[in-house]
Design a protein around this ligand. Sequence first.
Ligand code: ZN
Length: 445
Amino acid sequence: MKNISIASGVLAIAGVLFLIGMWWYGTPCRTGCNVLLIMVDTLSAQHIKTYGYDRDTMPKTTAFFEKGVIFENASANSTWTLPSFIGMYFSDIGSRVTYADLEERTRPHLQKELRNHGVNIRTIRAVDNDFFIMDAIQRLYNPEEIIEGTGEYNPFTLGVNTLNELSNSEKPFFLLVHTFQAHDPYRPAPQYQSLFESSDKYTEVSLNDLLEAGKRTPLDMEQADIFRLRYDQQLAETDENIARFLEGIPEQTLRNTVVILSADHGEAFGEHDRLLHGTNGLYEEEIHVPLMMRIPGVTQKRIVEPVSLMDMSPTILSFMRIPTPEEFNGDDISVLIQGGSLGERTIPLVTGFPYYVTPETRTNPPKFLKDAGVVGVNRELITPKVVGVRRGSEKVIKELLPTEKIFWFDLASDPEEKNNLAVEGATPPTELMEVLASIEKVTLR
Ligand SMILES: [Zn+2]
């Protein structure tokens, strides 16, 4: 009897070890991966076929990523570049990151953590404005590691060489390629100008056209449709550039590198009487972004749980096997890829970043901007006027200014956010209102 029980004990232990082994083996990047993050500025998930759009704007890029993991419900936490990126780096919403956080540089930040763990960091970014505060912030963390281009510059051409250089190094790497090719004003190259609409007579859309159109209420929807077409044509051109870059990644590099594609916000074409982005609206056309990943050893998966850019930094650290700082507010969403659960989470949304530019900072920039060599500031202060929260398919938007207004949607039955449930005395769940109150508190201080 004793021998049998010893034998079954041994078998049980062997079984447990086998299961642990299987789990370990099935864990992606178990010894750490490199990470290549492609951020396509202003890429709305709602303009990609993978997410249900009727035009196939990005066939090559999506063919690459559809072999991997598609997050169906990824949100940017904000509607324009700066608060979105700042929030992503600090794993928070942009309005909870203060000038002091930037000046003191003690608060955990993606690049800071990577740097502390010996990661080779490179950023390739096309700068779309004469002043770009994000570069200034980035420079504080990685003074020598920014590679910039300007204007129409294609960051992917430089990306291939940089990736090869990084792949040949012993150190793990994090490469961020940030392109503005999808950003307004939409100017597709000639070979894309008749795409998607054979009868279309090409007319160029200027930035002025867009700004003027945005001032008119109600919007001219025929004009908005032309903007939409130009944007889609521009996405097709961007698709070629990204695909060429992806095709150039050596097979060997793909074996230990996670490739991620996402965006800092979407773009509106009149859906809620708004154009472009950063419009003080938190509707899905400006918030719903693609999030796609190619992860070594992980094949086709679609994940429906809502996630947000706040989750990006903890997830990247997890892929690189670097501990996540407690101060990060997002979660490691690679857990979802392995079939795990993160429970029911709320995703905070906010339109702005109150610390950007004030009349004072324009004449006397804060020290961190001076340190970074920034002398001129040319953008107006954008005060966050709207806060929001998402939980599952429920979404609540609260306009703070000029008067308070609540919008409550069920995205499952009303994906276009046309049916406000907060009418006739109906109020959203208390827990969601509490989240809104907490965002509001930091937003209007
Ligand atoms: Zn942007």
